[in-house]
Design a protein around this ligand. Structure first.
Ligand SMILES: *Cc1c(COP(=O)(O)O)cnc(C)c1O
Length: 307
């Protein structure tokens, strides 16, 4: 038996729909287009925006019957954090399989999970690499026979439905929607949810030309009509890598526009936008929605240190 997503979001105290705010930075080229920010970072103080979108349909489907969830992530994972909190609220036991050994030095994310009563299994990089293998998953199922096992990042086919719900909230007509890309499910949800006249622009947050396109495509039907494209020149050296320019852009977003962004995901997107606007990448007059996917919890170390 499933519960509805709106029941679930009510039980979890989520603010939905998230606001769609006009954004008028004084950046060169910004005056040629109309910018909006979909503030999924404001859905909830604990749950990181797109991680809710990606798990909502799956959780709604299983919330009434499921007693235990197992999932995977790194030590700063926004997904484990959001899922751990939801499990605690819903009375579901949670096991987090974490890449690396943080026993001596738990990250703020891990400290929260422990506080919420999660079981944590630290595994080596080598073991973690097996997270998609059928044999490994069979072993986990033997350890946890009743558990629902959710892939890293919450990226599974039902994740696309939650992204469609986000698109349905966007009342403003738009030509282009912009998102960060890591595991690709968020972008795939957009590609499969927009119309043929609309375009989805992904900003790669890690170094993966071709790899990221394949990740997105694996979630899509053979033929996806809409135009989509991933830009690979804004990852600043790779996942969670940063540069002085990126950090100063994050600071500018906070100081000038009162929008908190972190350097792993949304900071790279706004950095890219500033650059693309300068290059007149977008046709004049376009309506563009930038999705702020959240993620601030993952940068708590950085933010405390003043980025
Ligand atoms: C996980 C995450 C992303 C990337 O989403 P994918 O579906 O994995 O591509 C983007 N932004 C934030 C804040 C995230 O936590």
């Amino acid at each position: 038996m499933s519960v509805t997503e709106s029941d679930l979001s009510h039980r979890l105290g989520l603010t939905l729909p998230s606001p769609l705010m006009p954004f008028t930075p004084d950046w060169p080229g910004a005056e040629r287009v109309n910018l909006w920010i979909k503030r999924d970072d404001l859905i909830h103080p604990v749950i990181s925006g797109n991680k809710w979108r990606k798990m909502s349909a799956l959780l709604a489907h299983h919330a009434a019957t499921c007693q235990h969830i197992v999932s995977f992530g790194g030590g700063y994972s926004n997904h484990l954090h959001a899922l751990g909190w939801c499990c605690k609220q819903l009375g579901i036991a949670f096991t987090a399989i974490i890449r690396g050994h943080y026993q001596a030095n738990p990250t703020p994310m891990i400290a929260d999970l422990l506080h919420w009563g999660a079981e944590i299994r630290y595994v080596t990089k080598i073991e973690y690499q097996q997270r998609h293998s059928q044999d490994y998953l069979a072993l986990l199922t033997r350890d946890y026979p009743q558990a629902l096992i959710i892939p890293e990042g919450g990226s599974q086919q039902l994740a696309l439905q939650g992204i469609h719900a986000m698109l349905a909230e966007c009342q403003q007509p738009f030509d282009t929607i912009v998102t960060p890309v890591a595991s690709g499910a968020t972008m795939a949800g957009m590609v499969s949810g927009v119309s043929e006249q609309q375009q989805v622009l992904g900003i790669a947050v890690l170094n993966g030309v071709g790899y990221l396109e394949n990740l997105v495509a694996q979630f899509l039907p053979e033929k996806s009509d809409c135009r989509w494209q991933i830009l690979h020149q804004f990852h600043h050296g790779g996942y969670a890598r940063k540069s002085a320019d990126l950090l100063s852009l994050c600071e500018e977003m906070q100081q000038k526009y009162s929008i908190a962004v972190e350097p792993v995901y949304s900071g790279k997107v706004f950095f890219a936008m500033k650059e693309l606007l300068k290059q007149a990448f977008f046709p004049a007059g376009q309506q563009i929605i930038i999705v702020h996917t959240g993620g601030l919890q993952g940068a708590r170390n950085d933010l405390q240190a003043g980025l």
